[in-house]
Design a protein around this ligand. Sequence first.
Ligand code: NAD
Length: 197
Amino acid sequence: CDYQDQLIAGFSKVCEKCKVTPGSVCAVFGLGAVGLAAVMGCKNAGASRIFAVDINEQKFEKAKVFGATDFLNPKAYNKPISEVLAEMTNGGVDFSLECVGNTEVMRTALESCVKGWGVSILVGYTDVDFSARPIQLISGKTWKGTLLGGKPAVVSDYMTGKIKLDDFITHKMDLEQTNDEKVLTFFPPYLTAFDAY
Ligand SMILES: NC(=O)c1ccc[n+]([C@@H]2O[C@H](COP(=O)([O-])OP(=O)(O)OC[C@H]3O[C@@H](n4cnc5c(N)ncnc54)[C@H](O)[C@@H]3O)[C@@H](O)[C@H]2O)c1
């Protein structure tokens, strides 16, 4: 299986690094396996509202399963999604998680946080320079990044049913099928489990 990195990055980081607080308002940008795990982490942390943001609206249904409450496609608005979020939340979200790996989205996620105490965390990876206006941090927001996470906690959370690992699996296949790209062409997977039996 290849889901451990995404799950750990998305889920355990919400718990350990972002420290989402009960009752808080969160926004998760990007709803691949990492983003869905982040949504689940926000839900488990007790967030009262979780915005799921993706340019692919097909991702919204699964995000709802993991606990998202509101769904936004940035392409559906003629203004920045940070402004839309500010209007919908009376100033911005308490926590935002960038799970795309796109510097523009990273900037947007920071801008979507509320002034004073908003925390934005970079989970998506890219190796190019990025920027933001200094006022974003001067106004009291925090910008963090994270790499992987604590596997033991994730394993025990799965064993106790705290996390929905099985809901990440979209396809199962024999090992012989793993080189057949056509299998996954029509159904972009969140995760794929390889049946070794
Ligand atoms: N920090 C870590 O430890 C860690 C671990 C694993 C993966 N990652 C990184 O996390 C990122 C996400 O991984 P994944 O496997 O979930 O990727 P993915 O490609 O499956 O999902 C990305 C999602 O982002 C959406 N998206 C693309 N552009 C967007 C935009 N402009 N606005 C909103 N949504 C947009 C896509 O539609 C897709 O649903 C990657 O950059 C990956 O390298 C980081």
